[in-house]
Design a protein around this ligand. Structure first.
Ligand SMILES: Nc1ncnc2c1ncn2[C@@H]1O[C@H](COP(=O)(O)OP(=O)(O)OP(=O)(O)O)[C@@H](O)[C@H]1O
Ligand SMILES: [Mg+2]
Length: 266
């Protein structure tokens, strides 16, 4: 029996499996995170905690869930109202408590968003809060999926400290490939604990030279390299501001993610 962060006694205590998504700006991190979460939810690999670690949060839009409050807003509010912190509670503990209560609960999928705190130094503080909370609540979930902001900072700041599986998203261009490799190198350099490295080359077209791309990645020690095709239906939903949950079965991107996840979850 464990005490649920929301104060309810539960028999959870899962050995949660964490999937972190990283990559250059606009390569499709949030889309892939959304499709991975959809796969997990539809295949009863629940409960799932989705963490939107990008201050320009939009994982909620892709999932069709609006987070109640985000970590940034909670920190701002508490910092402005220090006198309202309950007696006997430290500021950090109260922030943690509020963040835990802010997790958007649905039956199988909860969402926690990082947001963007306003004050100086608050960004680091929000990051630390996210990191602490993450390790505490992870055991309430079978799967934790983290959508990160673009680039390398979440690695150098160590918001991503460890993961069972890191999905590095690349686009099929030479610049995209170079940047995916840089992410891999930095993870190694910083000794971030990653059990499995998978590179997903997203938005590939039939005409793409897949062998050439494979050759590029053969120089680094990744566990798997997969291609996710360009999918007009995914783009259409995004342009219409609709969640990926509305994507029809048979979507080529969803099929690719399904086969990747079947191997990951085996
Ligand atoms: N496989 C795909 N097929 C077609 N469109 C895609 C695919 N993957 C992503 N897109 C589109 O590319 C755009 C960028 O995707 P997304 O927002 O997921 O990227 P991101 O890496 O999260 O961006 P950011 O760095 O800004 O967070 C979106 O319009 C999305 O719909
Ligand atoms: Mg994104």
């Amino acid at each position: 029996m464990v005490t649920h962060p929301r104060g309810v006694e539960t028999v959870k205590g899962y050995m949660s499996y964490t999937i972190a998504v990283a990559g250059k700006g606009g390569t499709g991190k949030t889309t892939i995170a959304g499709l991975v979460i959809r796969y997990l939810a539809e295949n009863k690999k629940t409960p799932i905690l989705a963490i939107d670690a990008d201050p320009n949060s939009n994982l909620g839009d892709v999932l069709g869930i609006t987070p109640k409050e985000n970590i940034g807003a909670i920190i701002d509010e508490i910092s402005k109202n220090i006198d309202k912190i309950p007696a006997g509670m430290t500021k950090d503990r109260y922030i943690e408590y509020r963040v835990q209560s802010a997790i958007e609960e649905s039956s199988s999928l909860d969402l926690l968003a990082m947001g963007r705190p306003e004050g100086p130094g608050c960004y680091c503080y929000a990051n630390n809060t996210l990191r602490n909370i993450n390790s505490k609540i992870a055991s309430d979930y079978k799967f934790v999926v983290i959508d990160n902001e673009a680039g390398l900072e979440h690695l150098s700041r160590r918001t991503t400290r460890k993961a069972d599986c890191l999905l590095i998203i690349s686009d099929p261009t030479p610049v995209g490939i170079k940047s995916a490799k840089r992410i891999y190198d930095l993870v190694k350099e910083l000794n971030i604990e990653i059990k499995k490295f998978i590179v997903l080359v997203n938005r590939t077209k039939d005409s793409q030279d897949k062998e050439g791309i494979k050759k590029e990645f053969s120089k680094i020690k990744i566990d798997d390299l997969k291609f996710v095709p360009n999918d007009e239906e995914v783009l259409k939903l995004s342009l219409e501001g609709k969640p990926l949950m509305e994507l029809e079965k048979g979507s080529v991107a969803l099929e690719a993610i399904t086969s990747i996840m079947e191997a990951v979850c085996r």
